[in-house]
Design a protein around this ligand. Structure first.
Ligand SMILES: O=P(O)(O)OC[C@H]1O[C@H](OP(=O)(O)OP(=O)(O)O)[C@H](O)[C@@H]1O
Ligand code: HPA
Length: 191
């Protein structure tokens, strides 16, 4: 089955993927819109885009090219999921920023907001470094019934269903990050 037939270039669906949530074309539209919103809001400000590795690296690479105002980027690596599909409940900093955050307009770029644990932790951590402002650009937010997200991102790309999704940077056990679309992983792959 094809994951994306836009422009007639069909991408083969990975056999471990149950269904496609966002095609390559959907993703392009989402990131362009987010870039436009950020460009409008940050005109004349030179924001520092903080990427949360590893998952957000592909989203950030696209987002930066969609931002039309001067901006900088730095990388932080944190981990909360270990190798599984459930948050460990503990966020670990694996790599800190090299850039000083004090006085900067920070935009945290995240691939997915699920439990919100990672973003809540990061916002607190970066807030303590006294930025001028701090906002979140989340490519995707997982809709969990009966649960309000712990963090309200200023920029939201899309909402994804309450299932384990992979692709466009999102992994399971470090696999599937390279899929150009976002899809739901077949439960038998991780159970
Ligand atoms: O809202 P939460 O429940 O905290 O989940 C979101 C976080 O989980 C994933 O990271 P992970 O810890 O798997 O590391 P990775 O980015 O290296 O894949 C994802 O990339 C987000 O950073
Ligand atoms: O659904 C997900 N997929 C991949 N990584 C994740 N981290 C939190 N939720 C997810």
């Amino acid at each position: 089955m094809a994951a994306d037939t836009a422009k007639g270039t069909a991408t083969q669906l990975h056999p471990d993927v149950e269904s496609v949530v966002l095609s390559e074309e959907d993703i392009r539209g989402i990131v362009t819109r987010m870039g436009d919103e950020i460009s409008r809001d940050y005109a004349g400000r030179n924001p520092l885009v903080v990427t949360v590795l590893r998952g957000a690296f592909i989203f950030t690479a696209d987002l930066l090219r969609a931002i039309k105002v001067p901006c900088e980027v730095d990388f932080m690596a944190v981990s909360s999921y270990g190798n599984g599909v459930k948050s460990s409940g503990v966020v670990r900093i694996v790599k800190d920023l090299d850039t000083k955050v004090q006085g900067r307009d920070v935009i945290i770029a995240e691939d997915i907001l699920d439990s919100g644990l990672t973003l809540s932790y990061l916002i607190k951590l970066l807030q303590a470094r006294q930025p001028n402002s701090i906002e979140v650009a989340a490519f995707s937010v997982k809709d969990i019934e009966g649960k309000q997200p712990a963090v309200e991102p200023r920029y939201v790309g899309c909402h994804v269903p309450d299932a384990f999704v992979v692709g466009y940077g999102l992994d399971f056990a470090e696999r599937y990050r390279n899929l150009p679309y976002v899809g739901i992983l077949k439960p038998e792959v991780y159970s």
